[in-house]
Ligand binder design. Structure first.
Ligand code: URP
Ligand code: ZN
Ligand code: ZN
Ligand code: ZN
Length: 467
């Protein structure tokens, strides 16, 4: 028995078009679109009708950077796959790509199996995995080929965090050479962690223990240097490169230069770098710990370069790097020593709204909003056009978005399992009203109507974004 839904009267916004159209959904997929009011649209029949008059009808968000339950700094990110994907749904995100972790001395397979076990049966929306490679050896390199074949087509390496996730230049080069052969995409955490650790030690020796020193020792120059080095290593390997969580204007400049040379180099930034700054890190009474993440928040002056990069396509994707730690009991681990504050910010629920606010504020166009939050991440990570657009054949992952509704972001009202909001008190215009995941309503007029286990693992093809 087929089940059909029709969404009538909304403005359908994709990365390429804006049209007043009715959308017919059948068996979880988009079956057809037709201009509203035309005979073709009138002919759509369905068991369920959603009235989207005055609303946007947009593709569900694709958040390509989350860390549910990540072990970090002696604790675990506070959102589980259940709570984190429910919050994602509330925020209009219908696909996450989370980072499975290879521990040093373990295989990629062990890490991936562990992440499948955490996620399976628990997710409210669909999910895929990248793989964090912390131990590059002959076995790991062979395993990368197998993972690409089974839909884990991207691998994160760290130039930061010596002794934890860190890879040296030789290990990075080997992984890049492998990905040049197997079609995988290397995602780089580009910060010079060896130099940063020296500056951390020196700062602590001077008694500089407050959260704001986290931002000072993780110098923009050391992000730029690592970004430059990663680009050159990728060039030597003949591999594409995706730099995660870009925050420094100097790093954007490195990406722009490489792209002008025609290299397959891509950049992601995150809402925290677009909307927050070192002013937050400097908040008194240890409140700054709420804003400790890496790369760190930068002085406000960097934001213009990030917005510009998003407009000029020197940056392609906005993901959240959602990695929440509660203030009480988790961020507090770093009282008296900023280097012990677990790194990461909550945001999976806030991204679509904050980027809509950027449309309202004139930073980006409506279509660019959908490009950087839905279509580009789907193409970058091999999910397009199943995810990231509204077109016949695509999964019916659709958000009915009210562009007029006002809201105030707050820990009191959000759904992430964390005791603070990085955007507490911020007023935004625009709000998710209804969310469909493969045609099923998971948010219905601002009520959660989904369930844990609705979301399924989604294997990915290789990057569809290459020159
Ligand atoms: O501070 C951050 N970004 N925490 C998550 C781990 C990472 O480096 O992405
Ligand atoms: Zn990182
Ligand atoms: Zn991350
Ligand atoms: Zn279901």
């Amino acid at each position: 028995m087929s089940s059909r839904t029709v969404i009538r009267g909304g403005l359908v916004v994709t990365a390429s078009d804006e049209i007043h159209a009715d959308v017919l959904i059948e068996d979880g997929r988009i079956a057809a679109l037709a201009a509203s009011g035309t005979p073709a649209a009138e002919a759509f029949t369905a068991e369920r009708t959603i009235d989207a008059t005055g609303k946007y009808v947009i593709p569900g968000g694709v958040d390509a950077h989350t860390h549910m339950e990540l072990p970090f700094g002696g604790t675990f990110a506070s959102d589980t796959f259940e709570t984190g994907t429910r919050a994602a749904a509330w925020g209009g995100t219908t696909t996450i790509i989370d980072f499975a972790v290879q521990s040093v001395g373990r295989t990629l397979r062990e890490g991936l199996d562990a992440w499948h076990a955490k996620a399976e049966g628990n997710c409210a929306v669909d999910y895929g995995f990248h793989m964090i490679v912390s131990d590059v050896n002959q076995e790991t390199l062979k395993e990368m080929d197998l993972l690409v074949e089974e839909g884990v087509t991207s691998f994160k390496q760290f130039m930061a965090y010596p002794g934890v996730f860190y890879s040296d230049d030789g290990q990075i080069l080997r992984a890049m050479q492998r990905s040049a052969e197997n079609g995988g995409l290397i995602m780089m955490h580009a910060e010079n962690g060896i130099a940063i650790d020296v500056l951390v030690e020196q700062a602590l020796a001077r008694g500089e223990t407050d959260p704001r020193f986290h931002g000072e020792v993780r110098r923009a120059l050391l992000e730029a240097e690592a970004t430059h080095r990663a680009i050159k290593l990728a060039q030597v390997a003949g591999a594409p490169l995706y730099v995660v969580h870009v925050s420094a204007q100097e790093a954007v400049a490195e990406l722009a230069r490489a792209r002008d040379e025609g290299l397959n180099v891509f950049g992601e930034t995150c809402p925290q770098y677009l909307f927050l700054s070192t002013d937050n890190l400097a908040e008194p009474d240890f409140e700054g710990a709420k804003y400790v993440c890496s790369t760190p928040l930068r002085p406000k002056e960097h934001q213009a370069a990030l917005w510009r990069g998003l407009r000029t396509d020197d940056l392609q994707v906005v993901s959240t790097d959602h990695c929440p730690f509660c203030f009480v009991g988790q961020k507090e681990l770093g009282r008296g020593d900023f280097s012990k504050i677990p790194n990461g910010l909550p945001g999976v629920e806030n991204r679509m709204d904050l980027l809509h606010q950027a449309v309202v504020d004139g930073h980006i166009s409506r279509r660019r909003w959908i490009e950087i939050a839905c279509a580009a991440p789907a193409r970058m990570f091999g999910l397009y056009p199943k995810k990231g657009t509204i077109a016949p054949g695509a999964d019916a992952d659709i958000v009915i978005y009210d562009p007029q509704a006002e809201q105030v972001m707050s820990a009191e009202t959000h759904h992430m399992n964390v005791d603070y909001s990085a955007y507490e008190g911020r007023r935004t215009t625009g709000r998710v009203e209804t969310v469909l995941s493969r045609g099923e309503p998971v948010i219905t007029e601002r009520e959660f109507t989904g369930h844990a286990g609705h979301g399924v693992y989604t294997p990915r093809s290789t990057c569809q974004y290459l020159n």
